[in-house]
Design a protein around this ligand. Sequence first.
Ligand code: COA
Length: 392
Amino acid sequence: MIEVGIDKIGFYTSNYYLDVVDLAKARNVDPNKYLIGIGQKKQAVINPTQDAVTMAANASINFLTEQDKQDIKMIIFGTETGVDNSKSAAVYLQNLLGINKSSKAFEIKQACYGATAGLQIACDYVRLHPDDKVLVVGSDIARYGIKTPGEITQGGGAVSMLVTANPEIIAINETSTFYSEDIMDFWRPIYSRNALVDGHYSNEIYLQFFQKTYHEYLQQTGKKIDDFAALLFHLPFTKMGIKGLKSILDEDSDEYKRLLEHFENARNFNANVGNLYTGSLYLSFLSLIANDHGLKTGDLIGFFSYGSGAQGEFFSGNIKNIDNDKYRLPIENMLSKRKKLSVAEYEKIYEITLPNDNSDFEFDISDDKARFVLTGRKNGHLVYEEQSDRML
Ligand code: COA
C-alpha cells in the first residue's frame, strides 16, 4: 500500500520575544512557576505586522518549489485567529505563495485541532490521488490578555506541511482514534481578540481526552507503549506533555524515563516560542526531529492532538528519514535573531492592531524583517506585501 505523510515542513515565528523570567518579576510571581511549573522559557510576541496569513506564508516560502506549487491541489488552513469571518486565510495564502489556482482552498476551525483535521483530510486525499500534493498549515496568535493567568501561555507562529505520497519525513498511519464533546473549557467570543479559558478544567478535559483516545488506539491497533519511540502532545505550555506522560505511566517506570528523554527534545522549540494553538503539536514534532539524535528510520511516533471545545485525536506515524541539522539549524538561527522586549514594550505592542472599523491604516513595517508582512488596510482590503530583498 502507498505511504502518505509529511514530505516537507517549515516554521515561522515573529522577531520579538519576552523572557518569562522578566514577565514573572513584573507579575510578582516566582520565576520557577513559569520555568518549571509551566515549562516555558521565552514567549513569542507577535509583531502587529504579522497575522495568521503572513506567518503561514513565511513558514512555507523556504521549502516550496515551483513544482510543488503546481502539484498542490488543496490548501488547508487550520487557525483560530482568522483574518476574516467569511473569506478563508487559505485563499490569501494561495495568492501570496503563487500556488496553482486549480486547487481547493479553505479554512478549518476547531481551536487547536484545526491543523490535525487538515492533516488527516490531506492524507486521505493523497491516498486517493497519489500524484497530488496538499499544503496544510496551522497558524495562530495565542492571546489571553495582560495580567491574566493565561498570559504565561501566550505565543504565536505557524507550521506549514506539504503532504504527499512517499513522504521524505514521516508516513502517517491510517488508523486514528478520536473523541469530541461540547465542553466550555476555552473559547473566544466573536467580539474578543483574547481567549477566555477555564484553565484547570481545560487541563483535566485534555487529559481525559488523551487517555480515552490513546487507550482506544492501543485497543484498535494491538500496539503497546514500548512500540512508540516517542509520544508527542499538543502543547499550550510544555508542562502539559509531562502531565500527559504521567497520566498513563508510573513516574518510576523505565518506559516513563525513556519517553521523557525524547519529550525533552520534543519540547525544546515550544519552550522558547510558547503557544502556537494549531501549530503547537507540529512544532513539537519539528523539535523532536531537529533535536533528538536517538531517532531512527521506521520509529513509531504517537501524536495527541487536542482542540478545546473539545476535540481529541490520537494517531501515529513512522519516521522515514532523519536529518537533525536540516531542521535544527534554520530554526535556531531564526530564534537567535529575535529581539528581546521589555515587559513595558511587550504591553505596548500587544495593544497595536488595525482599527476596529473599515478605515484605511498603515503600519510601520521597518522593524519586521520577514519575507511577508501585513502593511495595513486600504479601501477595506487587507494589504500584504512581499519583501523579496529581506529574506528570513
Ligand atoms: N516552582 C515550581 N513550580 C511551581 C511554582 C514554583 N515556585 N509555583 C507553582 N508551580 C507549579 C504548580 O504546582 C503547578 O504545577 P502542576 O500543574 O503540575 O500542579 C503549575 O506551576 C501551575 O501553577 P497553577 O497555580 O496551577 O497556575 P495557574 O493557576 O496560574 O494557571 C494555567 C496555570 C496553565 C491553568 C493557566 O496559565 C492557563 O489557564 N493557561 C491557558 C491554558 C489553555 O489555554 N488551555 C486550553 C487549551 S489546551
